[in-house]
Design a protein around this ligand. Structure first.
Ligand SMILES: Cc1cc2nc3c(=O)[nH]c(=O)nc-3n(C[C@H](O)[C@H](O)[C@H](O)COP(=O)(O)OP(=O)(O)OC[C@H]3O[C@@H](n4cnc5c(N)ncnc54)[C@H](O)[C@@H]3O)c2cc1C
Length: 330
């Protein structure tokens, strides 16, 4: 039987010190949706040098590859990913005055908690956003009127060969976007976040209040990816649609996608074990043994309904892995 390129790759990756390598690893175990077929090879390390060596090797082999973090914003196909999936779980935090330099594999909530305990103000409204720091910077994660771009001072990233540093402007942040979404080969290794002085008790109260609201909307055990679609800038809507949107739903210049989805009857839709929450039209979850195929059908159906009713295209916030039409790394 011929030796597959992936078993050769797995052997070479496994020879890297401090690297854990799995073959045919079910990605459902690495996503919050609990959906997704296997990765041909999955490698995992908390060691930055090992991670860079693995990236370099994957690149030199010319095999499809991608990096994941906490898997909280991913929709992985039922057939999985025929390539190398890399995960970096390095989570060191260096504290300099009002700045933290944090490795990308740190859990965002741990950084929120760390900063609050040290009376560092800035991240408290992002409490409850799951996933790692690298994923948050990649997608400019945010909530309650703030996003991580407000804190990012420097980002260290690599294409596997060398490490480069970007300042905030070079990251080209905007709503749920950064340059790293366009340059999938640039992998974030660490980020320096700048804070302001705050009061630890006040910050903790703000975070706790937000956490209570968020936990009611997204129960911690819910298999989902948060919002499926990005919200929509009011100014970019067709004129006739602007006239239909009640002023009270517009927040920070954006109309929640949930408003449009609600108008087209999304709430409570179901296909197999995939359901649209009956209390939030932009929240789709896996209620058991849901399949990516059903999830994608629901997403497409919702986009079609909004297109036909309102004449514009909703854009997904979630990232697709292993699908024909997804933007995957070269
Ligand atoms: C219950 C729930 C609530 C949520 N609420 C919010 C919210 O309020 N606001 C919000 O913005 N998001 C929210 N999300 C979405 C998600 O949590 C964020 O997008 C999060 O920042 C993703 O981080 P992750 O580590 O899980 O990334 P993953 O899902 O693992 O990956 C997401 C993308 O980031 C890329 N990536 C990951 N790490 C790196 C890296 N080191 N370098 C380069 N690219 C990388 C991956 O290739 C992938 O394309 C929510 C999700 C859930 C499940």
């Amino acid at each position: 039987m011929p030796v597959s390129v992936f078993s050769v790759a797995a052997d070479r990756l496994a020879a890297i010190p401090n690297m854990t390598v799995l073959v045919q690893a079910p990605l459902s175990g690495y996503t919050r949706f609990r959906i997704g077929g296997p990765a041909a090879v999955l490698c995992d390390t908390s060691d930055v040098e090992a991670f860079q060596s693995a990236l370099q090797l994957a690149k030199s082999l010319g095999l499809p590859r991608m990096v994941i973090g906490g898997g909280t914003n991913l929709v992985v196909s039922d057939t999985g990913f025929e390539g190398i999936v890399l995960r970096f779980t390095g989570a060191n935090i260096l504290h300099y005055g009002k700045a933290l330099r944090v490795e990308s594999g740190a859990i965002l909530q741990d950084i929120v908690d760390y900063s609050i305990q040290r009376a560092l103000k800035g991240l408290e409204t992002l409490t409850g956003i799951p996933g790692y720091l690298g994923g948050a910077v990649y997608g400019n994660a945010g909530a309650y009127g703030h996003s991580i771009q407000e804190l990012v001072q420097l980002v260290w990233f690599t294409d596997g060969n060398q490490v480069e540093t970007f300042n905030n402007a070079a990251c080209q942040f905007h709503y749920r976007e950064s340059i790293f979404k366009d340059q999938k080969d640039w992998i974030i290794l660490s980020t320096q976040l700048g804070f302001r002085d705050g009061d630890a008790a006040e910050l903790a109260k703000t975070a706790a209040d937000i956490r209570t609201i968020r936990d009611a909307k997204y129960p911690p055990s819910m298999r989902c990816a948060g919002s499926i679609f990005k919200n929509v800038f009011f100014a970019e809507l067709p004129g006739a649609v602007q006239g239909e949107v009640p002023a009270k739903v517009v927040r920070e210049g954006k109309v929640p996608s949930a408003w449009f989805l609600e108008q087209v009857g999304a709430k409570g839709m179901q296909r197999g074990d995939i359901k649209v929450a009956d209390y939030h039209a932009n929240l789709i979850y896996n209620d058991g043994e849901g399949a990516a195929a059903d999830l994608v059908v629901i997403i497409e159906e919702l986009k079609k309904r909004v297109r036909e009713r309102f004449g514009f295209e909703l854009e997904e916030e979630v990232q697709f892995v292993g699908f024909e039409y997804s933007a995957e790394p070269a």
